[in-house]
Design a protein around this ligand. Structure first.
Ligand code: AVI
Length: 314
């Protein structure tokens, strides 16, 4: 059993305002549910960023100031199935750019699948997958003599609170050299009428995605959550630009977690904070970049201005 998982769950449920880390959503079932989320009509983020990669890859290449003859490396943090990135890889390959694609992921299995699909669809693209923790892997690039472009797409940075996002940017900054770039995909601040349904879909997939973490705690830590006694309640604060998901206990109840040898008390209406999904604009991103050597050098948005891919330059 994962010791960190046990510790993090204990810490989160012992807090006055109960919280669980959303990074634990992604077990096998969570991964499959997230694929379903990305295909939901309400979840505009994936199609909006795909629109940028499909229709503006030439602008992306220009904004990244890539030189045809100078070898560079595209390092993608948490590559997923690479659907968006393949659009860029194909354009670079077709135009004869000299580069290597290095997807980084904690899951060996995800990397193997990605490698097989790139080899199949884009056989002339050089791919060098790296399994491991983002920053352990990035440390290897610090001493490289060629330029690096780091891709961090899908608004994944939005799942960090602002201080964690700052910490993440500082670490990235430390691992890059002058002239290296980051292609950062973020969801933009927009009205509640668009954001909230993305986290509260009609089919209840996002609800299952959240409840799956309680099931995971039941299975892995020998707990007795009754998932039928928790409601899924996302909120969106339009001024802050932050969506937050909660599970709310529908009754007074005690939950025993045997592997912790503890019982946690829930009052009727008590919430567990499950996830933060921060939305961005230039000003917020600049606050996150403060104290680093990274600067916004360009920004591309989809045709409906829902999502942005920022180019940050060191
Ligand atoms: C992965 N991440 C950017 C998603 C988001 O939009 O915050 C995770 C997600 N949670 C619910 N729906 C999607």
């Amino acid at each position: 059993m994962n010791e960190n998982f046990q510790k993090d769950i204990d810490f989160g449920l012992s807090a006055t305002n109960k919280t669980l880390p959303s990074k634990y959503f992604y077990d096998k079932i969570g991964d499959a549910l997230f694929v379903e989320i990305m295909n939901m009509p309400e979840y505009y983020l994936t199609s909006a960023e795909f629109d940028i990669f499909k229709n503006q890859h030439q602008q992306l290449i220009k904004a990244l100031k890539l030189e045809k003859n100078d070898f560079f490396e595209l390092v993608e943090l948490g590559a997923g199935d690479g659907t968006k990135t393949k659009q860029l890889l194909k354009a670079l390959d077709d135009q004869g750019y000299n580069f290597k694609y290095a997807p980084v992921d904690i899951s060996e299995n995800a990397l193997e699948q990605l490698k097989a699909s790139i080899n199949n669809e884009l056989p002339t693209v050089k791919i060098d997958p790296k399994q491991g923790d983002y920053f352990n892997v990035l440390g290897d690039f610090k001493t490289s003599s060629h330029p690096i472009v780091v891709l961090f797409l899908g608004s994944n940075i939005g799942n960090f609170n602002d201080s964690k996002a700052k910490e993440f940017i500082q670490k990235l900054d430390h691992n890059l050299k002058t002239g290296d770039k980051i292609l950062l995909g973020v969801d933009l601040i927009k009205p509640k009428s668009i954001v909230l349904p993305a986290y509260d879909d009609a089919q209840g997939i996002t609800k299952r995605f959240n409840l799956n973490l309680l099931t995971r705690i039941n299975n892995e830590l020998d707990a007795n959550f009754d998932i039928n006694t928790f409601e899924h309640k996302p909120e969106y604060n339009e001024e802050e630009g932050i969506a937050r998901s909660f599970l709310v206990s529908t009754k007074d109840q005690n939950i025993a977690i045997k592997s912790l040898d503890k019982t946690f008390t829930f009052k009727k209406g008590e919430k567990i904070h499950m996830e933060t999904s921060r939305k961005y604009n230039d000003q917020i991103l600049n606050t996150i970049l403060e104290g680093s050597f990274l600067k916004i050098s360009d920004r591309l948005t989809d045709s409906q201005h829902l999502f942005a891919d920022y180019i940050l330059e060191k």
